[in-house]
Design a protein around this ligand. Sequence first.
Ligand SMILES: N[C@@H](CCC(=O)N[C@@H](CS)C(=O)NCC(=O)O)C(=O)O
Length: 288
Amino acid sequence: MVKLLETDVTTDEVKNWHGINILHFQGSSCSQKLRIFLNEKKIDWKSYHIDLVKGDNFTKWFLGINPRGVVPVLVDNGEVYIESNDIIQHLDKKFQSNFLWPENLNEKIKEFLEEENEIHFDLRNLTMKFVAPTFLMKKKDKDIKNFESASNFVEGLEDKEKNMQLEYHKNFIENNGVTEESVLNSINVFKKKLTKIDKKLSENKFIISEHITIVDIAWFVYLRRLETVGFSFKKNYPNLYKWFEELKKNKNFLKETSLPIPLKIISSIYKIYLNLTNQSLRTFLNKK
Ligand SMILES: N[C@@H](CCC(=O)N[C@@H](CS)C(=O)NCC(=O)O)C(=O)O
């Protein structure tokens, strides 16, 4: 559970915030997972929108709340929690109704969510390559400098995770996007995972149980993103496809994972460019 120490948090005003406060971004997959969860649990929460495209996450104010420079963040009555899965586990325990992280499935849930977290950079690779143009996704020099020079303590210790984030963005700038090798690798990672989840869904109604859990929410969000990237599921993953289409009927699930209209337009134009320049997802799938 990543709960920050009072000394990690240098933006003091949040220490006086009451209730459940969520710092999040509309298009962030981890934020989408958390918002679907909050709405399904009917938890009352206050929204602080952090625009990742504008670089709000690299301001002194935000880095004083989360030194890792990522969303989502929970400020629960002045206490700061980071890491989407830890936030969800904390809130599922705190709000004792409609459990989405049931105690009896704790070990399984942890196993699946750790796997989901491990492939987060793969999802980011595919998003950065196929959803939005490189120039829009590149971080600005001044933001990188702010991030580099900000304090780097999580739970009182020097934090490695910040360096991984920093390295990701620096490599993206240096390589002018995601390298072909990384794209192919990330596609392969997802193909394997989709096969695994499809098999699970041939055994149960939901991924790990007959009832919906946070694992379904997490994978629903990933699938929505992969759908935007250009993947289709009907032919190769029939159980997954059926489960996905069924969950789409839930308005909360659908709304929280929809692309903002301006990004939808940009993304469609960008896809035409990728097609014309032989860089579409299909081209990469054919290389395997
Ligand atoms: N393991 C973290 C990952 C958080 C993360 O990487 N968030 C992304 C959005 S989904 C982010 O804030 N990226 C910042 C950026 O790209 O500038 C969690 O689960 O909360």
